[in-house]
Design a protein. Structure first.
Length: 436
């Protein structure tokens, strides 16, 4: 698949929707289809080299730690199936919702996000700095520069309630989140959300929503779009069929070959690992355990382990055999995993979002969360997509000394990332290939 510029589409899509169910009387905007609130935004915060912000570093590292903790929680029920998820798709909306969470539950949500010890203002600042880097605004004035990563956020608000202006302003200032008015009682709301999803994912997410329940008053959405080629593409002519030794039996796979000098490579007594980089930055880390299951290894990983792999890699001569793979995961229920991580927003008794999102002081809490994700890796690059849906209700890593061979003919881990100044390589997707 290619985009209009000729690049193959390597897509990273995360679409997170929070449905807040309630009722009320006040109108925010009126429109037959939808209207966008005109809110002036602050400039995104530019990280200045040599002047790192410690709180933003804490939040960025916490987001990576959240990625591994969420992956581990979700892998508990995966068995020997392939697995893919987008932890960042869950982290970013939850970070925004800090601004709508009541004081009694804010510290618990901060801890769950990996941001214990800092406040919501620090997380907002960190998110702004992340978006500056991930949107590569440092290069925005370069002639003919193509930005491979685009991130959009929005909150859809029913015309029978009033979105808190403080949340709307913070959401725009730090998350570039627009506020959109819809009539959730009509088909036009479904059309509006689906059109927004399609517009922000190059048409790849079209029919996310089929209907809204009659008490829906708001939906918060995040979309991430990524399109780029490998910095060093595989030659299709060198791709060969071979055996893949899966946990449930052997199968066949089409193995791509990369061979040569000066390849970034890591090896210790547990794993082999190397990054496959994209032309415009970021990349896909391939991590091959030497024993045990790939799922078990990913479940045990932490952000410190990921840092160790990156910091102790060397330039080495060798070859990589990597199977082309394509995974379209089943819809994953995130609620239990997020609760296990300590996210307090699902507690009906405390209704943590009460008073923070809408002005009508009705008890609001998350009622469910789910995600659909996919990834495809071939000789030219990567396509990855994720859709996350959160519903809410209101009630009353030693250096190798010899040439290496990294033969990925058994289950392996992948981590899709992009660079941020505060957090280094920010994890966007994680997964396990048990059978390509």
């Amino acid at each position: 698949m290619t985009n209009k510029s000729g690049f193959p589409v390597f897509l990273l899509v995360s679409f997170c929707v929070l449905l807040v169910l309630s009722c009320g009387k006040n109108s925010y905007y009126n429109s037959d289809y939808f209207s966008v609130a005109q809110i002036n935004a602050k400039e995104l915060i530019e990280p200045v080299y040599g002047d790192q912000d410690s709180a933003s570093q804490t939040a960025a590292k916490g987001a990576n730690d959240f990625a591994f903790r969420l992956s581990a929680a979700l892998l508990e029920n995966t068995g020997s199936k392939n697995f893919v998820c987008s932890p960042y798709s869950a982290w970013l909306p939850l970070a925004a919702l800090l601004n709508a969470t009541n004081a009694e539950n804010k510290s618990a949500l901060l801890a769950a996000l990996g941001a214990a010890g800092i406040g919501e203002a620090d997380v907002n600042k960190a998110a702004s700095r992340m978006l500056y880097d991930l949107n590569n605004l440092r290069r925005k004035d370069e002639k003919d520069y193509y930005n491979p990563l685009k991130i959009a956020n929005a909150i859809f608000v029913g015309n029978n309630v009033t979105l808190r202006s403080s949340f709307a302003q913070t959401f725009m200032d730090y998350y570039r989140g627009s506020s959109v008015n819809v009539d959730f009682s009509s088909q036009s709301a479904v059309d509006a959300v689906n059109r927004w999803a399609s517009d922000n994912t190059d048409g790849l997410i079209r029919n996310l929503v089929q209907k809204f329940e009659q008490d829906t008053v708001a939906a918060i959405a995040n979309a991430i779009y990524f399109s780029d080629r490998w910095e060093w593409e595989f030659s299709a002519a060198q791709t060969k069929e071979g055996v893949f030794y899966g946990p449930d039996g052997n199968g066949t796979a089409s193995y791509m070959l990369r061979e040569g000098d000066a390849q970034t490579y890591y090896e210790d007594n547990k794993v082999q690992a190397m990054p496959l980089r994209f032309k415009s930055g970021g990349g896909l880390y391939i991590i091959l355990p030497k024993s045990g299951s790939a799922a078990g290894f990913l479940s045990s990983m932490t952000s410190k382990d990921f840092d160790a792999i990156q910091n102790n890699s060397v330039q080495a001569t060798g070859k990589l055999l990597l199977p082309r793979f394509s995974i379209e995961g089943d819809t994953i229920n995130l609620k239990k995993a997020l609760e296990k991580l300590g996210v307090p927003l699902f507690n009906e008794a405390t209704a943590p979002l009460t008073g923070g999102l809408i002005q009508e002081g009705l008890p609001v809490f998350l009622s469910d969360a789910m995600q659909k994700a996919l990834i495809k890796v071939d000789e030219k690059g990567t396509t990855a997509a994720a859709v996350t849906l959160m519903t809410a209700a209101a009630t009353g890593m030693p250096v190798p000394t010899t040439p290496f061979e990294m033969i990925c003919n058994k289950p392996f881990v992948f981590i899709l990332y992009d660079y941020t100044y505060d957090g280094g390589n920010q994890i966007l997707f994680t997964g396990v290939v048990n059978q390509p």
